[in-house]
Design a protein around this ligand. Sequence first.
Ligand SMILES: NC(=O)c1ccc[n+]([C@@H]2O[C@H](COP(=O)([O-])OP(=O)(O)OC[C@H]3O[C@@H](n4cnc5c(N)ncnc54)[C@H](OP(=O)(O)O)[C@@H]3O)[C@@H](O)[C@H]2O)c1
Length: 302
Amino acid sequence: MKILITGGTNGMGKGVAKVLAGIDNQIHEVILLCRSKELGEATMREIENSTGNKKTSIVLCDLAKLSDVRNAIDDIQSKHKYLDCIFINAGLGYAAGRVETQDGMDSHFQVNYLSQFMLTLNLLNLLENSQNGPRVIFNATRVGKIFWDDIQMKKKWSYENGIFQAMVAKRMFLYKLDNLYKTFKGSKVSFVGFEISETVWSNQLNIIPTPMKIMATIMKYLGTFISIEKCGMIMAPLFTEKQEDSKMKSGKLITWKKNIFIEKDEDKIVLNDEMQDRLWKISLELCNDEKTTQTSKSIYGI
Ligand SMILES: NC(=O)c1ccc[n+]([C@@H]2O[C@H](COP(=O)([O-])OP(=O)(O)OC[C@H]3O[C@@H](n4cnc5c(N)ncnc54)[C@H](OP(=O)(O)O)[C@@H]3O)[C@@H](O)[C@H]2O)c1
């Protein structure tokens, strides 16, 4: 499988990248979409040294900049004729205060959701070219709500609400794509949400303030966290399983409990068609990108 991973330089994305590169006789090709060339290359070397897989590559993209997303799309389109999988994973976590991006958006909304909305829409044609059961896996948790009258959270901000709002937006995007693709005859692409049921010891632990770090360290010794590699091992089958198995999970939020994948219930509001349409239109306007608008028209009609 040829798998594009957003946020593959740390945390859950890195865990998934390491495991996928190492399994199945190192057959899988991992592409890390990352914001730092140095960190991207160091991660590539780490993966190569620990797995022997030499097929890993990087695509540079700061998801806080829509111009970078456009360049990354063009870069990927020029280098690859197909993709088998995209892992929508990158995300900002803890932040001490609201950071506005150069595109004028709340950084959690843009990084964790909007830029990846634009990226995914523009790479769907590469997934359609796949012969290996193409799929988009969304790192998604069932929390949050959309602050419709203040999506950029200018009036009231908290990093938790920023993360949670983006989680809802991602899930709405996933269900909309799944519904659209189900109407296409012969469509092969599946869209799967995955919620990790345990907390992963990720780079967030290096970013949070000291009191939170102390608390987390205590919890670590009580066995509350799992490693990024364990997370990668849990998730790997979602990327490598047969097309028919992936298709069965399409349009669902899946979690891993007692050693099996199970479906989670979803909030009615997130499944609501009108709400999904509303968010899609807002997202397109915010992307303000001709090619994204054209792609949307071709699959959605708007
Ligand atoms: N950890 C958990 O237990 C947990 C549980 C549920 C959901 N999640 C979700 O999992 C996802 C990953 O989180 P994590 O805990 O693994 O955090 P993490 O270790 O901080 O990893 C986040 C990844 O996203 C990348 N990223 C952040 N901002 C970016 C930007 N502007 N452009 C490009 N890449 C960017 C980071 O790049 P750098 O390496 O350059 O920082 C890193 O690779 C998030 O969406 C999070 O909400 C995590």
